[in-house]
Design a protein around this ligand. Structure first.
Ligand SMILES: NC(=O)c1ccc[n+]([C@@H]2O[C@H](COP(=O)([O-])OP(=O)(O)OC[C@H]3O[C@@H](n4cnc5c(N)ncnc54)[C@H](OP(=O)(O)O)[C@@H]3O)[C@@H](O)[C@H]2O)c1
Length: 294
């Protein structure tokens, strides 16, 4: 990864922090994209303790599409290149909350913010020798089908179902975008990851500290953050994966995802709806590459 530029969202904690550390250890320059200045700086200080690692910290709040746009513009201006985007950040959520633009929080943070970020950074990934996008999903994607008539869960909200729904959207996006990139002859790939059940603070309320005891208990039984980061790191760095596109990975291996997540019609429909929700009017995809016939 020497000389490569990587963004990891939600890199101040859990799997994201471990992913950032491992990729920096492989020689990449890693931008920690974090919503909290305080938690971001704490992670930056901790991670930078190891000699030779190269990090930068930038602000990104996926619950605000204006923040996503500001991040993408600032990143492009500062670095002008990107090799790997790890869309890691995510929330499990509690009671039903809305993002700044009024989207249900899990849908907005876990999916729509990452969708917009990816579309805005595609031109930079296109310029890379072989750009890669990694979407963090979960086995929870299999709990639900996509709710085109109620993407924001105004009816029958349940935190676990809303979480599963957002993770299904991530897989459908992986499917739709991989097909579109392939059809245009792009070298950019997008793959999705379930990291395993990992002992992180995902269950802990960041404001009140509620459910800290659950996180502490999890550490006795589940994977460490470093183990949870292994598949993302593999997808970001293994040279053998340069043509692997649109797949679902668990434990560094391709696995079958739910039937709904493989439905290309649904995937394309969600993609079109998402462009509208993000108010993207121009075609954000790269122009088709000319095919060389020998
Ligand atoms: N842990 C598991 O067993 C498991 C299983 C399957 C999938 N996953 C997925 O793995 C990913 C990482 O989760 P984790 O378990 O490592 O949880 P975590 O320790 O809670 O880390 C989540 C990260 O996302 C960030 N984040 C939350 N809301 C954000 C926002 N609005 N904008 C930007 N960043 C935001 C958090 O920042 P703050 O510190 O500021 O909150 C934190 O850095 C998630 O997508 C999760 O769904 C986890």
């Amino acid at each position: 990864m020497q000389g490569k530029f990587v963004i990891v969202t939600g890199a101040n904690a859990g799997i994201g922090k471990a992913t950032a550390a491992a990729l920096a250890d492989k020689g990449a320059t890693v931008v920690l994209a974090c919503r909290s200045k305080e938690r971001g700086e704490a992670a930056l200080n901790e991670l930078s303790c190891v000699n030779g690692r190269c990090f930068a910290l930038m602000h990104l709040d996926l619950a605000d599409l204006d923040s996503v746009r500001a991040f993408a513009a600032a990143f492009a201006e500062r670095y002008g290149r990107l090799d790997v985007l790890v869309n890691n950040a995510g929330i499990l959520g509690g009671r039903r909350l809305l993002t700044k633009q009024g989207f249900e929080m899990a849908f907005g943070v876990n999916y729509l913010g990452a969708f917009l970020l990816t579309m805005l950074l595609l031109p930079l990934l296109e310029q890379s020798e072989q750009g890669r996008i990694i979407m963090m999903t979960s086995v929870a994607h299999g709990w639900v089908d996509v709710r085109f008539d109620d993407l924001n869960y105004t009816h029958g909200y349940n935190r676990f179902l809303a979480y599963g729904h957002s993770k299904l959207c991530n897989l459908l996006f992986t499917r739709a975008l991989s097909e579109k990139l392939r059809a245009r002859g792009s070298r950019v790939t997008i793959n999705a990851v379930h990291p395993g059940i990992v002992a992180t603070d995902i269950v802990v309320n960041r404001v009140t500290g509620r459910f800290r005891w659950v996180a502490d208990l999890m550490r006795l039984f589940f994977l460490s953050c470093e183990e949870g980061a292994e598949t993302s790191v593999f997808l970001a760095s293994d040279p053998a994966l340069s043509r692997v596109n649109g797949e679902y990975f668990v434990n560094c291996k391709i696995e079958s995802s739910s039937l709904d997540s493989k439905d290309l019609e649904k995937a394309n429909r969600l993609y079109d709806v998402s462009l509208k929700l993000c108010q993207i009017t121009m075609d954000p995809l790269p122009p088709p590459r000319p095919r060389i016939l020998i």
